[in-house]
Design a binder for this molecule. Structure first.
Ligand SMILES: [Zn+2]
Length: 102
């Protein structure tokens, strides 16, 4: 348990608007695969549901939280929901980024 699959696509942050290639982690593929990474154009499965619920993060300082670890500052990324759309099981890069709060 606790395994994620990742879809790596460019996603615009719903908060600050930064467009970046982000790792969108999903558990929706768990029963099929363990620890896999998918990108635009990949075909997951022909009869797969039309979308994947994912979590992505933005580490812009305006979105994240500045923390420090052993005296070194780092940005704790702000997490948001990304719904990745599939077209016949193929990742098209089409998605919806949702600001679901802090
Ligand atoms: Zn952001």
């Amino acid at each position: 348990m606790g395994f994620y699959c990742s879809v790596i696509i460019p996603v615009r942050c719903p908060k600050c608007g930064t467009l970046e290639e982000r790792e969108c982690q999903t558990k929706d593929l768990n029963s099929f695969f363990l620890m896999d990474v998918w990108r635009t154009g990949d075909n997951i499965l022909a009869d797969f549901p039309k979308e994947l619920q994912c979590i992505a993060a933005c580490s812009q300082t305006s979105c994240g939280k500045l923390e420090s670890f052993n005296g070194k500052p780092y940005v704790q990324g702000w997490h948001f929901t990304v719904v990745v759309k599939l077209d016949n099981g193929v990742i098209t890069g089409d998605h919806e980024a949702i600001d679901d709060g802090p």
